[in-house]
Design a binder for this molecule. Structure first.
Ligand code: PGA
Length: 252
C-alpha cells in the first residue's frame, strides 16, 4: 500500500480529487467507485470546483456506489442516493443512467445484490474505487467478521456504525439497521483503490491497519492483498503511528 501523507482534510480532498480527475482524463468512460460519509464530501466539492473551472466532463463516465441503507426511501434525506445527488451528481454532467447505487428498497434484496454485482461486471469492473474507513475498520458496510470472499450482500450494521452515523439523523432509532454493500471480494476486484483517512478519530484504526496482519476482524486489512492501493491520510489520522522514522520519511 502506498501512503500519501498530507497536512489536513482540505489537502486530502484535493489530492483525492486529482486521482479521480486524472482517471477520467485518461479514460473518459472510466468506472468510478464512489463512497459516501463525511470523509468524501470535500473530495466531491473539489470535483465540482474543477468541473466548473476546467470543464472536466463525466458524460462518458460511470459511477458505482459502495452501499445504500435498507428500509429508507431513495428520496429520504439521509439515503446515499440523496447524498450523491446533493454532494456531486446534480452539479456535474454525469448522465443519470450512468449512476449506479444499490436499491435498498428492492422487494427482493437478494436479487438486488445479484443484479448489482452483475451490473458492475457488465461495466467491466471498477477502475478507481474510493473508500473511507469505519472506526472498527469496516470498508463499505462490511463490518468486522465479514468474509473476504463476500460479494454484494445484505448486512447488519454494527451498533458502533449506527452510532457513528446517528449524527446525520434526528436520533439513533432512525438509523437503519441493515444495508446493501459491495462485498470485500467485489471491492478487491477494483483495478485501483484509494483509501481516504482524516482526523484524530481515525488515528487508532489507521495505526491498526498499517501494523496488523491481514484479518477478517479488521475488514480494511483485506486491502493489503490488493496490488494497487493508495492511502491518502492527513497528519491527525497518522498521529498514532509510533514509527517516527516512517513519519519523517513521509514528511508529516
Ligand atoms: P465517514 O465514514 O467518512 O463518515 O467517517 C467512513 C466509513 O464509515 O466508511
Amino acid at each position: 500500500m502506498n501512503i500519501i501523507a498530507v497536512k489536513n482534510y482540505e489537502e486530502m480532498s484535493k489530492k483525492a480529487a486529482e486521482f479521480i480527475i486524472d482517471t477520467v482524463k485518461t479514460k473518459p468512460n472510466a468506472v468510478l467507485g464512489m463512497a459516501t460519509g463525511g470523509t468524501a464530501v470535500g473530495t466531491y466539492k473539489c470535483l465540482i470546483q474543477d468541473f466548473n473551472q476546467n470543464k472536466t466532463s463525466y458524460k462518458q463516465a460511470y459511477t458505482v456506489n459502495l452501499d445504500e441503507y435498507i428500509g429508507i426511501d431513495p428520496e429520504h434525506e439521509q439515503s446515499y442516493h440523496t447524498y450523491m445527488d446533493n454532494h456531486l451528481f446534480q452539479h456535474i454532467d454525469l448522465p443519470k443512467n450512468h449512476q449506479y447505487i444499490p436499491n435498498g428498497n428492492a422487494k427482493n434484496l437478494e436479487a438486488e445484490c445479484k443484479r448489482y454485482e452483475e451490473a458492475i461486471e457488465a461495466l467491466g469492473g471498477v477502475d478507481l474505487q474510493i473508500l473511507g474507513i469505519g472506526h472498527n475498520g469496516h470498508i463499505g458496510f462490511n463490518e468486522p467478521g465479514t468474509s473476504f470472499d463476500s460479494k454484494t450482500q445484505v448486512v447488519e450494521l454494527a451498533e458502533s456504525t449506527r452510532k457513528a452515523n446517528a449524527r446525520f439523523f434526528e436520533d439513533l432509532n432512525e438509523v437503519p439497521t441493515q444495508a446493501i454493500t459491495m462485498g470485500i471480494a467485489t471491492i478487491l476486484k477494483s483495478k485501483k483503490i484509494l483509501l481516504l483517512v482524516s482526523g484524530k478519530g481515525k488515528a487508532e484504526i489507521l495505526q491498526k491497519l498499517l501494523t496488523c496482519d491481514i484479518t477478517e476482524s479488521i475488514p480494511a486489512t483485506a486491502l493489503k492483498k490488493h496490488p494497487n492501493v493508495t492511502i491518502i491520510a492527513d497528519k491527525e489520522a497518522l498521529s498514532f503511528l509510533a514509527d517516527t522514522e516512517m513519519k519523517v520519511r513521509m514528511s508529516v
